[in-house]
Ligand binder design. Structure first.
Ligand SMILES: N=CN[C@@H](CCC(=O)O)C(=O)O
Ligand SMILES: [Zn+2]
Length: 411
């Protein structure tokens, strides 16, 4: 089954060679073809070029994209979309003056979601998550990373990861799973954090690795959660079971977590709202992808990750949603891209690179996702008729998407 998309006003992120990420000044370059065609065979991109060169191409289905922009689907490398219930009361509490930290200190926050998740059946959790997954696919997300971390017991963490596995099996988008057991210290271990870290290392990691329920190991490395020593121990234990590090770090405090991550060859370091010069120098020594989560900064009114500074230092940057019930109850990557331009001063080219190819890198899948490249998966967004691609981040808040194709099928 072949599909030919014709008369594309502009085809974005066209990469003839299969690069895995873009960094520094290269992020300003977004290769495009104006007045283009795109040819898909089943689930694979097989050809593209100028309209004048597509005269002899025949296909089973032809889609006319006159006036429309076509680009790869968003690669959202950081989400927590498997959760139970919501936390809108905490949102109201914050409006009335409490901080995210205050709420966590009185037993709310992550532990609030933990309580809800532990009381929710696996099927119910699956159904709640399906709704969110369907919604983000419609908004152009074609690959997604999903974390555990609201279970905090062996059984509840496994329940979350089994739900992620079902989502992976039942939906066409690419799903990568991460074990984030060290997301918060559960109530039962309130005065025994080391005991909980031991549980993560001795029981959770081996079980999850044996059942192949996750590819990545994550830790919330933050004051009041897990310190540098805990982070190092958990990352090393994960690595010894084949799990690749990818951590939450520098959200509220910068105290050396990035060094631990880079030294353990983390695939990504995520949040980075607080960043100092030594963190940037450390990132320059490795291949770890910095990931910014601007919707989280927006929702919590905390600083934005200094993405401009990271890119100007020659580093790559990825953008992700952080979709979760506490700090980012939104998985809209279009908003993420707009907010990165508006608040972090990324150019539209940089933001689109960050949300496609670099997002794919932060999930370890950029050889097959994140650009319009022959042989890559046919995951594409066709916009409505718009004046130019800069209109996407510019006219924020409106949905500019006409069609989303994942594996060559319209969703
Ligand atoms: N910061 C840690 N974890 C999530 C928020 C979790 C929550 O509040 O439920 C985040 O990435 O923002
Ligand atoms: Zn997160």
């Amino acid at each position: 089954m072949t599909t030919l998309i014709t008369n594309i006003q502009e085809l974005l992120q066209v990469r003839d060679t299969n690069i895995l990420k873009v960094s520094g000044k290269d992020m300003k370059q977004l290769p495009t073809i104006k007045n283009a065609y795109l040819l898909i065979d089943d689930d694979t991109i097989v050809g593209y070029g100028y309209m004048e060169d597509c005269k002899n191409i025949e296909a089973d289905t032809v889609i006319d994209a006159t006036g429309k922009v076509v680009l790869p689907t968003w690669c959202d490398s950081h989400t927590h979309i498997v959760y139970a219930g919501n936390r809108e009361q905490e949102f109201v509490d914050r409006i009335n003056g409490l901080s995210y930290e205050d709420i966590a200190n009185r037993g709310g926050g992550i532990l609030n979601s933990t309580e809800k998740l532990q009381q929710t059946s696996e099927d119910d959790l699956f159904e709640q998550s399906v709704k969110r997954l369907k919604a983000v696919m419609k908004l152009g997300t074609g690959a997604i990373e999903i974390k555990s971390g609201y279970g905090l017991t062996v059984e509840a963490e496994l329940k979350m990861l089994r739900v992620i596995k079902r989502l992976k099996q039942d939906f066409p988008l690419k799903v990568k799973a991460t074990l984030l057991a060290a997301h918060a210290v559960p109530k039962d271990y309130k005065d025994n954090k080391d005991g909980f870290v031991d549980l993560v290392i001795n029981e959770m990691i081996p079980k999850v690795a044996k059942e192949q329920l996750a590819t990545y190991i994550d830790v919330f490395c933050e004051k009041g959660y897990f310190d540098l020593n805990d982070t190092e121990r958990i990352l090393k234990a994960g690595k010894s079971h084949g799990l690749i590090p990818k951590i939450h770090v520098n959200q509220f405090n910068a105290f050396g977590g990035i060094e631990v991550a880079v030294k353990n060859q983390a695939l990504s370091v995520d949040h980075l709202e607080e960043l100092n010069e030594s963190d940037i120098a450390m990132l320059k020594t490795g291949n770890t992808m910095p990931v910014a989560l601007p919707s989280c900064s927006y929702f919590l009114s905390i600083p934005y990750t200094p993405g401009r500074q990271l890119i100007d230092a020659g580093l790559p940057l990825a953008l992700a949603s952080d979709y979760n019930p506490g700090s980012t109850p939104s998985g809209n990557m279009n908003f993420v891209v707009s907010t990165a331009c508006i608040k972090m001063k990324l150019t539209p080219e940089e933001a689109i690179n960050a949300a496609t190819i670099n997002g794919a890198y932060a999930m370890g899948i950029s050889a097959m996702y994140g650009s319009i490249t022959r042989g890559k998966k046919a995951n594409i967004i066709i916009t409505k008729a718009i004046p130019s691609y800069a209109f996407l981040p510019y006219a924020f808040g409106d949905n500019h998407i006409d069609t989303v194709m994942i594996n060559g099928q319209i969703v």
